[in-house]
Design a protein around this ligand. Structure first.
Ligand code: PMV
Length: 322
């Protein structure tokens, strides 16, 4: 089999990954925890091309060059080194995530690419190995290999993988306030945070603690505690990023207004908590029975989607190849 197609979904972290211990091996400074979504997938076909002299990458029907192509080539170099198969490949992807809008298109993208490339190049297909490989493309992709809820441990090259964790059923209400590109990539911003934010060390320590509390809260099925940890950890990440020199601010006035609205919903008895990644979009979490009420209340801020825990990366049949 020299051609394979896979699909993966974005994930949203409840305890965030923000900072690398090793940027070549993509080892994070801390562990993180996320929910994989059930919509906005990326589908990717990898087709080995033994006669080609270079890799090619097509995204949503458009031939890509520059940084996106460079990242795909760098990833395929790792696949070639691991498999001992030196063929170049053509990669075709379809992304249903608004690209670079803080909704982690790189997570679904590299998780799908890792699984399709593993199959096409004859690498192991078990989730642990695919997660370990996906990590090299994009840190958050490590977790998108796993269905529903995942914990990604900091670890070393062998052990820094995501594994499933049981958590109470919940919904994510994704509010897309701005589907345009973000100003500064998470890669660059993480670097600047480590170099210039005076809050960086406190971020690392508090996130390690947050992850342990999150794991306990999941075991206890304690949605209230999960929500509190989620919102606090997100705001701490943004505070740490805002303290960079020069400063970086991902949250827009609109994003802040959504955090305020989420708090007022809580005050009125609908239990919901907010988080946001490296962009202005905000994601609220709620129990399944409250999700529609939260979605309705947040609709004034932008387009709103309710998402449930979704599947992990999965192989598709040839008939679904791009
Ligand atoms: O791996 P990246 O570059 O997609 O990093 C993503 C970082 C955050 O989305 C902000 C947090 C996270 O844990 O997903």
């Amino acid at each position: 089999m020299t051609k394979a197609t896979a699909r993966a979904y974005p994930n949203i972290a409840l305890v965030k990954y923000w900072g690398k211990r090793d940027s070549t091996l993509m080892l994070p400074l801390t562990g993180s925890m996320s929910m994989t979504l059930d919509d906005f997938p990326t589908t990717t076909t990898v087709e080995r091309a033994p006669d080609a002299t270079t890799d090619t990458f097509e995204l949503n029907g458009e031939v890509m060059g520059g940084e996106p192509l460079r990242r795909v080539i760098a990833f395929l170099d790792i696949v070639r080194a691991r498999s001992g198969v030196n063929d170049h490949a053509s990669v075709r992807s379809k992304n249903e995530v608004p690209t670079a809008a803080g909704l982690a298109s790189s997570a679904s993208g590299f998780a799908a690419l890792a699984l399709a490339a593993s199959k096409a190049y004859g690498l192991p297909l078990d989730p642990a190995e695919v997660s370990r490989l996906a990590r090299r493309g994009s840190g958050s992709a490590t977790r998108s290999v796993i269905p529903r809820f995942a914990v990604w441990r900091a670890g070393d090259d062998e052990t820094s993988i995501a594994v499933p964790i049981e958590a109470p059923d919940m919904r994510m209400i994704v509010v897309v306030v701005d589907a345009g590109g973000k100003e500064i990539s998470s890669r660059e911003a993480m670097k600047r945070t480590a170099l210039t934010s005076p809050f960086h060390d406190a971020w690392v320590t508090s996130t390690e603690q947050a992850l342990e509390s999150m794991i306990d809260s999941c075991a206890d099925q304690d949605f209230t505690r999960i929500g509190r940890i989620t919102e606090t950890n997100a705001l701490r990440m943004h505070a740490t990023i805002q303290a960079c020199d020069p400063p970086i601010r991902y949250l827009s006035p609109q994003s802040v207004a959504i955090f305020d609205r989420v708090r007022s919903l809580r005050d009125s008895g609908i239990e919901t908590y907010a988080t946001a990644d490296a962009g202005p979009n905000v994601v609220a979490i709620a129990r399944p029975e409250d999700a529609e009420a939260v979605a309705k209340a947040l609709a004034e801020f932008g387009s709103v989607r309710v998402m449930a825990p979704g599947p992990g990366a999965e192989l598709l049949s040839d008939s679904e190849a791009l």
